[in-house]
Design a protein around this ligand. Structure first.
Ligand code: PEP
Ligand code: MN
Length: 413
């Protein structure tokens, strides 16, 4: 079935039925300001299991500094041994939600093991005043817990992240997802996390991310990948890149709409899955790596769908121009995120948003660069004037002060 047979397609009444040659993108849904699918890409990084307030605080602070507003946080853990740490349970929810709200975390992926957990999460969110929200995670061990699947599907308050079963076929996992969506909750994401077989050794599981396009072909679901639980190791190869990075990149380059990744401020002290967790210091480089790989995927997908031009030369030139425009847009998004980070740092130091002396120096530096590249320095500087004004405006909004509209275009808006 994994080749996408028509029999499977016919059985996926709620999540699938994508017609054979339909290449439209996965439609999106939104939850608490976060978009899933439809061209959006979300990275949920965080603790495999919540242990102390201190590590939650440090993790959320690192995510906030990196501009990430989505996190994972295990509260109830399905452990192989009953003697292993089972998670803090609902007692940690009040402070977990409060800390999430304080650090701008909009959605937390939290695994539920029973129907009671769904109500406990909703009640705790309400009691805390909804400072954040939750995505209900169904782990691989409950992949075919049909009553639980129906329960998360019956409610529509919270979206669902359902992992594939570790020892069942892709078809069985998709049919299990059908249990969720057929109950009415269409806000669901399917997650690949590897399959259990000794053939995957020395990795924890055999990575199945090559099936990502298959899920997209068969269904309309946004697809997530969990490189941490798939490979379970961050050993480095001779190229200096760790196994978690490699597996994550494989998923992103195959079009993952979402990633789930374990991080911990002190992996050695983690009560669960420490060996696969990235440190907070490793997080920015990981995010940057994924940003680059995502750009590669977007470029590949755009090129694969491009309509042929009248000549090969014109076709190539047009594709190249689109690639450059996409890169400019990605760079502008990055510039906006860095501007926000700078605004936060300035606020912490008590410095004003605008530093005229620094701006003047940067202007000279940019003009020199433009000239060195054979560009019209004055014209380029006029473009940069817009960008710098826009960035300052974003910083002022971040600061909560009235934006000073200086540039012509921004003044018009
Ligand atoms: C998890 O994500 O914390 C987890 C337990 O993963 P899985 O269900 O894939 O083993
Ligand atoms: Mn884990």
């Amino acid at each position: 079935m994994t080749r996408g047979s028509s029999e499977t397609r016919d059985r996926l009444l709620a999540i699938g039925r994508r017609p054979e040659h339909d290449e439209s993108p996965v439609p999106s849904f939104e939850h608490n300001g976060v978009a899933f699918g439809g061209g959006a890409f979300q990275l949920f990084a965080g603790l495999c299991v919540v242990d102390t307030k201190e590590s939650v605080k440090k993790t959320f602070r690192a995510l906030e500094q990196a501009g990430v507003s989505t996190a994972r946080a295990g509260v109830w853990k399905p452990r192989t041994s009953p003697y292993d740490f089972q998670g803090l349970g609902k007692e940690c929810l009040p402070w977990l939600f409060e800390l999430a709200g304080q650090h701008g975390i909009r959605v937390l992926a939290i695994e539920v093991l029973s129907e009671a957990h769904i109500e406990e999460l909703c009640a705790a969110l309400r009691l805390a005043g909804n400072p954040t929200s939750v995505m209900l995670q169904i782990g691989t061990r409950n992949a075919q817990n049909f009553e639980l699947l129906k329960a998360v599907g019956r409610q529509s308050e919270l979206p669902v992240l359902k992992k594939r079963g570790m020892g069942i076929s892709l078809e069985e996992s998709l049919l299990a997802m059908e249990y969720v969506v057929s109950q009415g909750n269409r806000r669901a994401v399917f997650c690949l996390r590897g399959v259990k077989t000794h053939l995957g050794e020395p990795h924890r599981n055999l990575v199945d991310f090559a099936q990502l396009p298959v899920v997209k072909r068969l269904t309309w679901l946004p697809v997530c990948a969990d490189p941490s639980h798939a490979v379970g190791s961050k050993h480095r190869g001779p190229d200096g890149i760790s196994d978690v990075h490699h597996a994550a990149a494989q998923a992103v380059v195959a079009g993952a709409d979402m990633l789930l990744v374990d991080v911990h401020p002190d992996p050695q002290a983690a009560l669960c899955d420490g060996p696969q967790a990235l440190t907070l210091e490793e997080l920015p480089a990981f995010l940057e790596d994924m940003r680059r790989v995502r750009l590669v995927y977007e470029t590949r997908a755009r090129r694969a769908r491009a309509v042929e031009g009248p000549t090969e030369a014109l076709h190539e030139a047009r594709l190249g121009i689109q690639d450059v425009d996409a890169e400019i847009l990605a760079l502008l998004a990055r510039r906006a995120a860095l501007g926000k980070a700078a605004a936060q740092a300035k606020r912490a130091l008590g410095l004003p948003v605008q530093d005229k002396e620094r701006e003047a120096k940067n202007r000279v530096w940019r003009e020199e660069l433009a000239r060195a590249r054979g560009l019209d320095a004055e014209l380029i500087e006029a473009l940069f004037e817009e960008i710098v004004t826009w960035s300052r405006r974003l910083q002022e909004v971040e600061e909560g002060v009235q934006p000073s509209l200086a540039s012509t275009h921004l003044r018009r808006r």
